[in-house]
Design a protein around this ligand. Sequence first.
Ligand code: FES
Length: 183
Amino acid sequence: MSPSGVAMLAGMAAGYGFFAYVAGRFLYPSGKSNRAWMFVTAAAEFAEGRSMVFRTPAGAIVNITRRASTGQAEDFIALSAVCPHLGCRVHWEGQNNRYYCPCHDGIFDPSGKATGGPPGQAGQSLSSYPLEIRSGMLFIEVEAGRVAAASGIIEESAGPEGPGHDPCLQPAVYRNPGRNRVC
Ligand code: FES
């Protein structure tokens, strides 16, 4: 990597680290026991159709996606990024207008309702988190029992990864021959 590329990466790491520091401390009570509103980002900087991955203070991973541009909190949706089937990472596929779990081809519609794969068969939809906009800033209501140092935005879009549920060990009906991975 060139020296300028290294410098750019170092600058980005410093910037995101500082942002996580600020965001991790931008909490205020929600009025519910052990819950708090946490700053996500300026709504204007979150383009329609984009999705970002957010880590709550308790360590939960959440996909936050912008679906419209009316300026209301309803433009956004925050859904657990943990597949209710066996816990793999779910990510947003804007081109297919769906959330997808690569482990066993779990499919969820834009509201988080399971529509395909094992979650669809079992009716296991993605859990959601409340969102609100205050003065142009997007906030998410999260559990506030403890604060993780790395809470806040962790990446702008999630990759097709899972925590260890090997699709090659699953029945063939759950495998997808079009996937990059070769079983
Ligand atoms: S873990 Fe998501 S479909 Fe199986």
